[in-house]
Design a protein around this ligand. Structure first.
Ligand SMILES: Cc1cc2nc3c(=O)[nH]c(=O)nc-3n(C[C@H](O)[C@H](O)[C@H](O)COP(=O)(O)OP(=O)(O)OC[C@H]3O[C@@H](n4cnc5c(N)ncnc54)[C@H](O)[C@@H]3O)c2cc1C
Ligand SMILES: NC(=O)c1ccc[n+]([C@@H]2O[C@H](COP(=O)([O-])OP(=O)(O)OC[C@H]3O[C@@H](n4cnc5c(N)ncnc54)[C@H](OP(=O)(O)O)[C@@H]3O)[C@@H](O)[C@H]2O)c1
Length: 506
């Protein structure tokens, strides 16, 4: 790779982040202590959470439904041409990772997940081919995963992601089509050279399919999108700025970034921008190249409805901006040789969690800081209740959530009571009651950080944990205080915390 000063600085920054914030991997053969955590899902969230636990000395078992080739989760199942849309600085799912550039591809992402998995010796703690079907408590209140042969756990981290099996929507009349139909995640080894490509869907996968079709030499590309989503520039500064909206919703000032995007970024293509605003309502796509490809005549981006598939293409109702789905438009056949279904993924189910996690009025994502079910603070479903956001899924919050769970488990005085957890959900819903989406259906990254700050600062017993929860450092102070509290607890006849060495670590 060519030397550039920016890359050198980026590598230096990554080196510092690693040195300062990465917990030390456990030595071989060391006995890790309780609380013991069951992590479900070996995507980047699960591997990162497990690495944080063992790095701070706590035992884990990582359960993965697939075999070892699924290490890396959804990234292990998509095209090798897929890559980060957002800058990798915002996709540091663990402090020890080292990106080779700003926008790594699928292979590098999976490789980094594997490296974290190996570095923190999680291999010996991973159970592949083990789908978690149910979780329940034993008589002493410890969690059992599937059955008691898997061990007993004090905390659960469901990290099952949001992208399960590919969603292959059935199109009316598709059996008449003479060409091939593929899902957008299944394009490796397919050839678009000289062919007309029809892409169904208007999300991030449609953008990637468009880029794939351009790279493989398609003769004509048409994206058929039934609705509009915002596209924002691939620029770390602008994306960070947008993620800075602390309110995590549309505000009376949202017209400013929306109109700036129309004016300076969409320019002559503002017809394909969402007509009525709403930048802070749905995860935007991050891409700067597709407009150039549309301008260069390599691709069309058409809004409208698929009426039926014909043998040579799709009979399509092309709608103008602002006309709702199924509304009036211009009908014509858009010819194609290959249809790519960029129609998304099925959502993995959290049904294996116990009934107490699904309380009326507090169904996910209406959970404490979106991840803890109010009746079960020992469960922290990281990135699994996520709906939409400006920010990223693979970022620093994975460590914060994991350490928050560890704090709740280790130090009983910090554990939130169900009543307070529910009040927090209601309070946040009230604060966001003027937002066009439900309170937990959209957030920005700075709103997420504000949530963490708020719930850490509101309880004085959590103050001593501040550095540990936010940065993964400075745990010796809270450790010592909890040990003192243990002595007091012991004297008063109360149950001691996990840090008490006299407790059985098995
Ligand atoms: C092509 C593509 C590109 C993307 N690019 C970005 C991006 O640039 N920025 C961004 O923020 N996000 C992006 N995403 C979203 C992506 O989902 C997340 O970034 C991230 O990879 C999610 O990781 P995860 O570990 O939470 O979930 P996953 O990677 O989905 O991993 C979940 C794992 O849990 C396992 N599992 C599920 N249910 C069970 C069960 N019951 N028992 C045991 N195991 C189970 C699954 O087999 C899977 O291995 C992209 C998604 C796709 C498809
Ligand atoms: N590099 C990246 O950053 C990247 C790449 C790919 C995916 N991702 C992430 O992965 C997740 C999934 O993205 P995705 O693009 O695969 O899915 P998506 O965001 O769910 O978008 C699916 C698209 O298909 C349309 N659609 C669904 N069913 C349809 C049907 N029957 N007929 C016509 N259109 C239909 C949807 O329209 P409606 O909106 O009208 O329903 C939507 O435009 C997202 O979180 C995304 O951010 C990220």
């Amino acid at each position: 790779m060519a030397f550039t000063p920016i890359l050198w600085l980026y590598n230096l920054l990554q080196w510092f982040l690693d040195k300062i914030f990465s917990p030390t991997p456990p030595a071989p053969g060391i006995r890790l202590r309780r609380p013991k955590i069951a992590v479900i899902g070996a995507g980047l969230t699960g591997v990162s959470a497990a690495a944080h636990c063992v790095g701070h000395g706590f035992d884990v078992t990582l359960f993965e439904a697939g075999d070892e080739s699924h290490l890396g989760g959804i990234w292990s199942l998509v095209n090798s041409t897929s890559g980060l849309q957002i800058h990798s600085l915002m996709y540091r799912f663990h402090p020890s990772i080292k990106w080779e550039g700003g926008y790594p591809k699928q292979n590098q992402i999976v490789d980094q997940v594997r490296q974290v998995w190996q570095r923190y010796r999680i291999a010996e703690k991973t159970k592949f081919n083990t789908r978690v079907e149910k979780i329940y408590k034993d008589k002493s209140g410890r969690w059992i995963v599937n059955d008691s042969s898997q061990g007993r756990f004090d905390g659960i981290i469901p990290a099952i992601g949001t992208c399960g099996d590919p969603k292959m929507a059935g199109l009316p009349g598709q059996e008449a089509f003479h060409g091939e139909i593929y899902h957008s995640s299944d394009l490796d080894n397919k050839d678009a050279r000289g062919k007309k490509i029809l892409i169904i869907g208007g999300g991030a996968s449609a953008v990637e399919a468009l880029e794939w079709a351009v790279q493989t030499g398609a003769s004509k590309i048409s994206v058929l999108a039934r609705s509009e989503k915002w596209i924002i520039p691939r620029n770390a500064f602008i994306d960070t700025l947008l993620a800075f909206n602390i309110f995590g919703q549309e505000t009376f000032l949202s017209w400013i970034p929306e109109n700036l995007l129309r004016l300076l970024f969409y320019r002559d293509l503002k017809d394909i921008a969402p007509p009525g605003g709403g930048l802070f309502t749905e995860t935007p796509m991050v891409n700067s190249e597709i407009f150039d490809q549309i301008r260069a005549g390599k691709a069309d981006w058409l809004r409208g409805d698929i009426e039926e598939v014909r043998e040579n293409g799709i009979y399509f109702n092309h709608r103008a901006q602002g006309v709702p789905k199924g509304g009036v438009g211009r009908h014509r056949v858009i010819e194609g040789d290959i249809i790519i279904m960029a129609t998304g993924y099925k959502r993995p189910s959290l049904d294996f969690l116990p009934d107490e996690a699904f309380q009326e009025g507090f169904l996910p994502p209406r959970w404490f800081v979106q991840c803890f079910p109010p009746n079960a603070p020992s469960i922290c479903a990281i990135n699994s209740t996520y709906v939409a956001a400006i920010g990223t899924v693979g970022s620093y919050h994975i460590g914060i959530y994991t350490r928050m769970l560890l704090m709740f488990l280790v130090d009983p005085l910090t554990t939130p009571r169900p009543w307070w957890m529910k009040r927090w959900v209601e309070f946040t819903s009230t604060v966001k009651s003027l937002a066009p989406t439900d309170a937990f259906d959209f957030f920005t990254y700075s709103e997420l950080i504000y949530w963490f700050l708020f719930i850490t600062l509101i309880n004085p017993f959590r103050w001593k944990w501040f550095l540990f929860v936010f940065f993964g450092i400075g745990k010796s102070l809270p450790w010592k205080i909890v040990e003192q509290e243990d002595r007091l607890r012991n004297g008063l006849g109360y149950e001691r915390s996990y840090l008490d060495a006299s407790k059985d670590p098995s």
